[in-house]
Design a protein around this ligand. Structure first.
Ligand SMILES: O=P(O)(O)OC[C@H]1O[C@H](O)[C@H](O)[C@@H](O)[C@@H]1O
Length: 296
C-alpha cells in the first residue's frame, strides 16, 4: 500500500521503529511489529498506513497524495485541530480550514513497546505563527499504539493562563472494497447534513453509500462497525472525547475535482471521523482533554 512511495531507511530508532525518507528527503516513521505495520509522516503526525499482519489495509491513502511538507496529505488520518472545517467566528476570520496541526511539522517524542504493541508519541507546541492563528500556549500530543488495532489519542494540554476552546477531528480515511459493499452501523438516530445547509435529518443508525456524503452524526454510539462484504470483514471503531462522528465521501464529482485523489479514488475510501464539531471543548489553564479513536 505504501511501496509506491519508494521509502528508504534513514535511521533505526528501535527494533520496531525506523525513520524512512522518500527521494525528496521527506521523513516518515515506519513501525513494524508482530501485529501490524503503520507509517506516519512528521508533517501533521499523520498516520498514512495501517495494516494488520496478513490482512488488507484498514487505512486508505490516495495514490496521488502529495508529500511536500506543505499541504495536508490526502488519506490516512489528518489531524484537524484546533478547529474542524471553517473556524467559528469567535476564533477569528480567514483562518485555514481544519486548523493548522495537519500542516505543521511535529517532533517524534518517544517510542516504547507495550505487550508486543508499539506506542509512539508525536508532539507539537505553540510557535509565533500558531499564536497568531490560535492565541494559546499548548502542548499537543498524539499517542499512537500500533498493535492488533491502531489506537490514536490526541491530547490537548492548555499551557496558557486562560481557558482554551478547541474543536477537532481525527479525520480517518478507511479502506473499503467498494461503496456498495460497505455499511456503517452505530451512527444513532439523527444527523446534520452538510450537503443540505446542515439540515437535521433522521437516521436509522445504519449507513449505506450511494452518493456524496458529508454528515455530522451527533448521537452516534462510542462503538461503530464498518462491515465490508467485499473484504469479508467487520472493522470495529471506538471513539472517545468526541461529540460527533463525521462521515464523508466526495463521490464522483468531488474526487474528479481533487488534484490529489484519482478519479476513481472515491470507490475505495470512506471517512469516518471522531470529531468535536458541535461545541468547543474549553480547557482550563494547565488542564488537558483527549480525543481518541481505535480502529481494528
Ligand atoms: O479537503 P479537506 O480540507 O481535507 O476536507 C475534506 C472534508 O473534510 C471533512 O470530512 C468535511 O466534513 C468535509 O466537508 C471536507 O470536504
Amino acid at each position: 500500500m505504501i511501496e509506491h512511495l519508494g521509502l528508504t531507511e534513514h535511521t533505526r530508532v528501535s527494533d520496531t521503529t525506523k525513520i524512512m525518507v522518500d527521494d525528496q528527503g521527506v521523513e516518515f516513521v515506519l513501525v513494524e511489529n508482530a501485529f501490524s505495520q503503520a507509517c506516519f509522516t512528521l508533517h501533521g503526525a499523520h498516520l498514512i498506513h495501517f495494516q494488520q499482519a496478513a490482512k488488507a489495509p484498514l487505512i486508505w491513502l490516495s495514490k496521488t497524495a502529495i508529500f511536500d511538507n506543505k499541504k495536508a496529505i490526502r488519506g490516512g488520518v489528518p489531524i484537524c485541530w484546533p478547529w474542524f472545517g471553517a473556524a467559528p467566528a469567535s476564533f477569528g476570520a480567514n483562518l485555514p480550514s481544519h486548523g493548522f496541526a495537519r500542516n505543521s511539522l511535529w517532533q517524534l517524542a518517544e517510542t516504547k513497546e507495550v505487550d508486543g504493541a508499539t506506542q509512539i508519541s508525536f508532539k507539537l507546541t505553540d510557535t509565533k505563527a500558531s499564536l497568531e492563528l490560535w492565541p494559546h500556549q499548548f502542548e499537543l500530543t498524539l499517542v499512537a499504539t500500533v498493535g492488533e488495532a491502531i489506537d490514536l489519542r490526541l491530547i490537548t494540554h492548555n499551557q496558557s493562563e486562560k481557558p482554551a476552546p478547541y474543536l477537532a477531528a481525527l479525520h480517518t480515511y478507511l479502506n473499503i472494497s467498494a461503496p456498495e459493499h460497505a455499511k456503517v452501523t452505530g451512527l444513532g438516530s439523527q444527523y446534520l447534513d452538510s450537503l443540505a445547509g446542515k439540515q437535521q435529518k433522521a437516521s436509522t443508525g445504519t449507513l449505506s453509500i450511494d452518493g456524496a456524503i458529508d454528515s455530522l452524526y451527533t448521537q452516534a454510539e462510542p462503538s461503530l462497525t464498518l462491515s465490508d462484504q467485499g473484504l469479508q470483514r467487520e472493522v470495529a471503531i471506538h471513539n472517545e472525547g468526541n461529540d460527533t462522528v463525521v462521515v464523508w465521501t466526495p463521490w464522483i464529482e468531488g474526487a474528479a475535482a481533487m488534484a490529489d485523489m484519482p478519479d476513481d479514488g472515491y470507490q475505495t475510501m470512506l471517512c469516518v471521523e471522531s470529531a468535536i464539531t458541535q461545541q468547543a471543548v474549553i480547557i482550563a489553564p494547565g488542564e488537558s482533554h483527549t480525543l481518541s479513536t481505535r480502529i481494528g
